[in-house]
Design a protein around this ligand. Structure first.
Ligand code: ATP
Ligand code: MN
Length: 457
């Protein structure tokens, strides 16, 4: 259907005086004796188009005025009577699809919880349209950033046989019938599609290392799957994961890149989504705009795990789980550090090796690894990364300590046998980034169809 995007009709000064056809859904209808006003949204912009109907020349079909109805309007573009931009003086108005009063989306503000129950319709609301516009702009900016900095975009497999770190968190991939009966577990997997136990990848990192140790700088941007058995506002079973991996990079380089990427993404969102950020600032997180501007223009804090624990230990009385050196940082600790102590994003570095993954570079102290988590106010961990252990002997020693099956990691170990180089990278949870940029507090509200325990609507 030939028509013009509302975004263009609204904002293009050259369109004033021209005829235009627009399509959209009715957001509001106001009526008076002489004129009526329809507000239309077609999704192309946060602002809606005001359609002015001169009732002396055009009598609108009542179905065209119902909330949620879809219509097509032909008319003349004029400068808005009030405010900025343009509006449309309707000459013809016709119905595309009517919308009965049972429409679950209503004009009054509806709770996010209610809207979660209608994931197929909630994108018709301002909040969700804004969130998904930010999400799209951020995704484009991710690719732009890496492309501009000489990274190659790699697609790691989603089905994998390596049960890597997340053994307990891995979804299985199988074509076995539900009542398959086998004598042993081994026989069971042998009969399955791949002939071995297979699952959905929790991270593209291992394959990312393969690519980085040939192409130099790579990133993946795709889904990761984790059978997280906890119902938090920050975890999904299926989330989008941005994972750069960089050859010849040590931990400080990894930190520098992570900070640079985040600031770039925030600036892109601020530049390309001003109306959305203004909306979130007014209705979702007061002070969001100032927060984002500040974060984009000031440096992040860095502190070691050991320093962080020393700070936290003095506050142990306030925590549900008291902290001591060696304990994993819980969400309450992460939030305290970034919200109360540093009051900005903070990289925590050099964690005890026992609480981190086998592949992280072992520090000279023999106790810690060159890992870093980036913690941000309101969310906690948004990035997890590290320098990788590049030394064959040290890596195999760490794997033996953990009782890992060496044969399963032959390819990974080969990278340390043939021209091993220092390298590192990180994983940024894309939904967590969108939460941070929009102030949305539940990861389910920045995901089209969120998947979590007992929820696959
Ligand atoms: P958390 O401690 O929050 O569970 P993690 O330590 O398991 O995170 P990593 O394995 O380091 O996380 O993954 C890298 C990033 O991926 C995290 O910093 C986070 O932004 C994101 N992430 C991890 N698990 C999930 C999930 N289940 N849902 C959404 N994002 C996730
Ligand atoms: Mn996790």
């Amino acid at each position: 259907m030939k028509h013009t995007d509302i975004k263009t009709v609204l904002s293009d000064a050259d369109m004033v005086g021209l005829d235009a056809v627009v399509c959209g859904w009715v957001r509001t209808f106001r009526d008076s004796a002489q004129v009526a006003f329809l507000e239309l949204s077609d999704g192309t912009s946060f602002e809606k188009l005001q359609v002015v109907i001169d009732k002396t020349s055009l009598t609108p079909d009542p179905e065209c005025t119902k909330l949620g109805a879809s219509v097509v309007v032909a008319g003349k573009v004029v400068k808005a009577y009030k405010g900025e931009g343009n509006e449309l003086n309707a000459e013809r108005l016709s119905l595309l699809g009517k919308c009965p009063p049972e429409y679950p989306i209503q004009k009054k503000r509806q709770t996010l919880e209610y809207l979660r129950g209608i994931p197929h319709l909630r994108l018709r609301t301002n909040t969700f349209q804004a969130a998904f516009r930010v999400r799209s702009v951020a995704a484009q900016a991710v690719h732009r950033y890496f492309h501009a900095h000489g990274y190659y975009y790699i697609n790691a497999p989603l089905i994998t046989a390596s049960d890597c770190e997340g053994a307990g968190e891995m979804f299985r991939v199988t074509t076995q019938p539900w009542n398959a009966k086998y004598a042993s577990e081994e026989e069971y997997y042998k009969n399955d599609f791949f002939g071995v136990k297979a699952g959905l990848s929790v991270s593209g990192q291992l394959e990312g290392e393969v690519a980085a140790t040939a192409l130099g700088k790579i990133y993946t941007f795709g889904p990761s799957f984790r059978a997280e058995n906890s119902n938090t506002t920050r975890h999904l079973a299926e989330f989008w994961h941005i994972e750069p991996e960089i050859a010849f990079a040590e931990l400080p380089d990894v930190i520098e890149i992570a900070e640079d990427l985040l600031k770039y993404l925030i600036r892109a969102v601020l530049t390309e989504c001003p109306a959305e950020i203004k909306f979130f600032d007014s209705f979702v997180e007061k002070g969001l705009l100032e927060k984002l501007n500040h974060v984009a223009n000031s440096s992040f804090a860095v502190c070691t795990y050991t320093e962080a624990v020393a700070i936290l230990e003095q506050q142990n009385a306030r925590f549900q789980f008291p902290v001591h050196w060696g304990s994993d940082l819980q969400s309450e600790h992460e939030k305290y550090l970034t919200e109360e102590v540093f009051k900005r994003p903070v990289f925590v570095t050099d964690y005890p090796k026992e609480i981190k993954s086998f592949y992280m570079k072992q520090n000279a102290d023999g106790k810690t690894v060159a890992a870093t988590d980036l913690l941000v106010p309101g969310i906690g961990e948004i990035i997890g990364g590290s320098e990788r252990e590049a030394d064959y002997e040290k890596l195999t020693a760490a794997m033996k300590e953990r009782g890992m099956d060496m044969a399963a990691y032959k390819q990974y170990l080969d990278l340390r046998l043939f021209g091993s180089v220092p390298h590192g990278g990180f994983g940024l949870g894309f939904e967590r980034f969108v939460m941070y940029c929009t102030g949305m507090e539940n990861i389910r509200d920045v995901t089209l169809f969120p998947r979590s325990v007992k929820n696959i609507m």
